[in-house]
Design a protein around this ligand. Structure first.
Ligand SMILES: Cc1cc2nc3c(=O)[nH]c(=O)nc-3n(C[C@H](O)[C@H](O)[C@H](O)COP(=O)(O)OP(=O)(O)OC[C@H]3O[C@@H](n4cnc5c(N)ncnc54)[C@H](O)[C@@H]3O)c2cc1C
Ligand SMILES: NC(=O)c1ccc[n+]([C@@H]2O[C@H](COP(=O)([O-])OP(=O)(O)OC[C@H]3O[C@@H](n4cnc5c(N)ncnc54)[C@H](OP(=O)(O)O)[C@@H]3O)[C@@H](O)[C@H]2O)c1
Length: 446
């Protein structure tokens, strides 16, 4: 029987496991994750107020509960954990689906000032990721700048703009809920360095900003008009065309006096974060102009936007996993049709799928065809891989290294503990936010 380890239980890992068991009745798959909880960014990235997308976890669950699939949480592969080479010995094949865990940097002065955070840090905090360290995001802030105009920028803008009544029903951890409901942030500036025709958000997500009960969106028609596409959006592909229609609908509207204002800004390139009393006080931008080829050029004119909170939402980045090759420029593992390449040659039995294969773009569904391609490659290679005799149940091999995996029952115990915590707080399910409480819950310790 072919034994495969899938490292990472996000969408790409789960779709890989699903493809394998569906296409090959003779395969057994262990899905390993460094966290005791499955689902990757579906649990720790998808915004808590997007219950419908969050509920995709139920679809992923059915795969992890398949009789030939086993979830093994709390197993870190690479530096400080199980060496990749050892894992390779325990299984016929290993598929790395480890995502892109870190943020890209702006590389401008002041980026590290107190009050400046990556969107990744903010998302991890309100999503209860146990590695989240910072918690002072909105403390003392009146004005926030979100740098970037992708869907993550829209997510963090929306979470900053929502009121207590909207956030309380979510599974947000209690400390984040308490801080956000006490937030005094009244102005949120979401800023793109290019024009609206080149914004990366999708229309549904953009439109939602205009439906928030306690906030209004403000758009300067003169700034939209800087984009040559604004005059003739009909020539644009569907998504930017609809985005411009939505922005046009907001442009120049009289303010209705909502408690919070979201300002969608364009053609402003961040050049420096300015300090005020030892922490960030403003962001300095250079006004840009379209270069006619989809890019922008600086105009030499500058503008400062007040901000006690800056969230840098300029994309994610893969991190190297010790023992695996890494393309530092792209932040991905070199591969061909999902087969890992070492020095340009196929490394037998090693595969990748998802963001660590393609880079950090694409919605959950994009990972399905991506995983399918990898599964096809693996099953083509299976006859040769399965010839190698394995030492026995891989879990015994992990235990021999001092690793005690959190199995499915442990994860179910975490789910019960989160339901109980929510009930005790008069809320629905509330996520446990730290390693200690997750581990205790997984062991069944109340
Ligand atoms: C903030 C945010 C919000 C998003 N919201 C949406 C949305 O609303 N709708 C949508 O369609 N898409 C959304 N996306 C995109 C979607 O989440 C991604 O396309 C998808 O999660 C990528 O899947 P993945 O499996 O490659 O990576 P991930 O989901 O990141 O999964 C990687 C997994 O690998 C594990 N792992 C990492 N390193 C190791 C290691 N060394 N050892 C063991 N395990 C490891 C991690 O713990 C994690 O569980 C969002 C993305 C972000 C960043
Ligand atoms: N609801 C959803 O479906 C949902 C929610 C969240 C995330 N996602 C998906 O997850 C993926 C990642 O999203 P993301 O928002 O992190 O990335 P993204 O879509 O790549 O957007 C990154 C943004 O950062 C900007 N940027 C990059 N470098 C910059 C710099 N140096 N200075 C200023 N701005 C800079 C980019 O502008 P340029 O274009 O000019 O480079 C772009 O506006 C996307 O595919 C997204 O659709 C989906």
């Amino acid at each position: 029987m072919l034994r495969v380890a899938v490292v990472g239980s996000g969408p790409s890992g789960v779709y890989t496991a699903q493809g394998l068991v569906q296409q090959d009745p003779g395969v057994r798959v262990d899905v390993l994750d460094r966290l005791p909880c499955p689902y990757g960014l579906v649990r720790y990235g998808v915004a808590p107020d997007h219950e419908k997308i969050k509920s995709l976890q139920n679809t992923l669950r059915t795969v992890l509960e398949h009789e030939r699939v086993r979830f093994l949480g709390g197993v870190h592969i690479g530096s400080g954990g199980v060496p990749a080479a050892r894992l390779r010995e325990l299984y016929h094949a290993v598929v790395y689906c480890v995502g892109a865990a870190t943020d890209r940097h702006l590389g401008i002065p002041g980026e590290q000032l107190p009050g400046s955070f990556s969107a990744t840090e903010f998302v991890s905090w309100y999503s209860a990721h146990p590695d989240a360290a910072a918690d002072s995001f909105v403390l003392g802030a009146r004005s926030a700048v979100v740098i970037g105009v992708g869907n993550v920028a829209v997510d963090v803008t929306r979470i900053l703009a929502r009121g207590a009544a909207e956030l309380s029903p979510t599974d947000m951890p209690q400390p984040a809920l308490t801080a956000l409901t006490a937030s005094r942030v009244t102005d949120i500036h979401m800023v793109g360095r290019r024009g609206p025709a080149h914004a990366r958000f999708t229309t549904k997500e953009l439109r939602e900003l205009g439906t928030l009960p306690e906030a209004e969106v403000i758009v300067d028609p003169a700034e939209l008009a800087l984009d040559p596409a604004f005059a003739d959006p009909a020539a644009l592909p569907a998504v930017p065309r609809r985005n411009i229609e939505v922005l046009r609908g907001w442009a120049g509207r009289a303010p209705r006096g909502a408690a919070r204002r979201i300002r969608a800004r364009f053609f402003l390139r961040p050049v420096e974060l300015l300090a005020d009393g030892g922490r960030v006080g403003a962001v300095r931008f250079e006004r840009t102009a379209p270069d006619g080829r989809g890019g922008v050029v600086g105009t030499g004119r500058y503008e400062e936007i007040e901000a006690q909170l800056v969230l840098r939402s300029v994309g994610y980045r893969g991190v190297p996993l010790e023992g695996l090759p890494f393309d530092a420029e792209r932040g991905t593992v070199p591969q061909s049709a999902g087969r890992v390449l070492r020095g340009g040659a196929v490394a037998p039995g090693e595969y990748v799928a998802g963001w660590i294969k393609r880079g950090p773009t694409g919605v959950i569904g994009t990972n399905r065809p991506c995983a399918k391609e990898t599964v096809t490659s693996l099953l083509e290679d299976a006859a040769a891989l399965v010839r190698r005799e394995l030492p026995g149940d891989p879990v015994d091999g992990l235990r021999a290294l001092g690793v005690e995996p959190v199995e499915w029952a442990g994860w179910q115990a975490i789910e019960r503990a989160e339901a109980e915590l929510g009930a005790s707080l008069g809320r629905g399910v509330v996520k446990l936010p730290d390693w200690e409480s997750l581990r205790a819950a997984a062991r069944g310790v109340p």
